[in-house]
Design a protein around this ligand. Structure first.
Ligand code: NAP
Ligand code: ZN
Ligand code: ZN
Length: 348
């Protein structure tokens, strides 16, 4: 076993604190990655605080992982020691079902293995995430990181990036489309960058007037303060597609009303309470409410390569690991610009 260090929550009520644990020695297809940076996703907060139920403790969160390969198993073919590598939200899946065969491992019919707070396929071992010095992952679930990029700004692409890229691609967002992005946080700010890069006209819906200038700088064409009823009403029947990234319970109906005929709102945010929708809001104008879960391995690699080519990276605040509990408090208040990333050197 490999002695490992990280930050863990021991219960849903306790703050993250230094923690020692063990990882498996690399199997034939595994790589060992020394983690240089790990992004802080709002899903980490939801799970550490057991807001979705079923959390397992102790929990080392973190699924926006980048670093360097320091060991490889005997049958590893895509990586060698010294290569840059990334790990996102999933570290295994059945590899045999229709979804897995299609490269949509996140929709694995037998259930995929999360990077943390999940059981390995042996049904016993609990996975531990990237707020740690190193991780052991099958190379099939490891991403190649283009070498020309600032690693600290790449880390958030592994979840916030792919989670917004995938639905924008699936719903074929592009030139001539009016796209709304609800919530300007980690996911939202990546959605703005991708939607702009795909050629859409982008509107940010935010509760934070203070983010207006940033929204425009990040590439939005318009900004709507969602608390202002008059501004919201002016958006009626405007949008082809809305990506909703909000992490807290809120009324979806004003956003459904902002879709035009046949428009779709896709939820990626997962508040701890289910929303309610007025049927008329769907029926009139044949609107759709949809959802999307992260992205599969092939699409995640495609997204990373797209980002390298178009120089699309996350806007981040780099923090010491000891500051992570304070970062959670700021995220919960919507005060994030626009992703906290842990500098893993500070784990010393
Ligand atoms: P984040 O950085 O905290 O951003 C969420 C944003 O939502 C906030 O910055 C804020 O933006 C807005 N917001 C917060 N509270 C609100 C409220 N009460 N009413 C309206 N707006 C509010 O979070 P994130 O990391 O981007 O994650 C967002 C959500 O996506 C989380 O629920 C997370 O678990 C989920 N997620 C889902 C997937 C998936 O596969 N579907 C993957 C990753 C994350 P403004 O200040 O602009 O209003
Ligand atoms: Zn995430
Ligand atoms: Zn499968």
């Amino acid at each position: 076993m490999i002695p490992s260090r990280g930050y863990a929550a021991l219960s849903a009520k306790s703050p993250l604190a230094p923690f020692k644990f063990e990882r498996r020695d690399p199997l034939a297809h595994d790589v060992v990655i020394e983690i240089s940076h790990c992004g802080v996703c709002h899903s980490d907060v939801h799970q550490v605080r057991d807001e979705w139920g079923g959390s397992m403790f102790p929990m080392v969160p973190g699924h926006e992982i980048v670093g360097k390969v320091i060991r490889v198993g005997s049958k590893v073919s895509r990586f060698k020691v010294g290569d840059l590598a990334g790990v996102g939200c999933l570290v295994d899946a059945c590899r045999e079902c229709e979804s897995c065969k299609a490269g949509l491992e996140q929709y694995c019919e037998k259930g995929w293995v999360g990077t943390y707070n999940s059981l390995e396929r042996d049904g016993k071992t609990v996975t531990q995430g990237g707020y740690s010095n190193a991780i052991v992952v099958d190379e099939k679930f490891t991403l190649q990181i283009p070498s020309n990029l600032d690693l600290s700004r790449v880390a958030p692409l592994l979840c916030a990036g792919i989670t917004t890229y995938s639905p924008l691609k699936h719903w074929k967002v592009g030139k001539g489309h009016k796209v709304g992005v609800v919530g300007l946080g980690g996911l939202g700010h990546m959605a703005v960058k991708f939607a702009k890069a795909f050629g859409a006209e982008v509107t940010v819906f935010t509760t934070s007037e203070s983010k207006r200038q940033d929204a425009l700088r990040l590439g939005a064409h318009h900004v709507v303060l969602s608390k202002d009823a008059a501004q919201m009403q002016a958006q009626a029947s405007v949008f082809d597609f809305i990506l909703n990234t909000v992490s807290a319970p809120h009324d979806l109906n004003p956003y459904m009303a902002a879709l035009k005929l046949d428009g779709t709102m896709c939820l990626v945010g997962v508040p701890d309470k289910d929303p309610s929708i007025a049927g008329f809001n769907l029926i009139f104008k044949r609107r759709s409410l949809a959802g999307s879960l992260i992205g599969g391995l092939p699409e995640t690699q495609e997204m990373l390569d797209f980002c390298a080519k178009h120089e699309i990276l996350s806007d981040i605040e780099l923090i010491d690991i000891a500051a992570v509990n304070g970062a959670y408090e700021r995220m919960i208040k919507g005060d994030v610009k626009y992703r906290f990333v842990i500098d893993m050197k500070t784990l010393a």
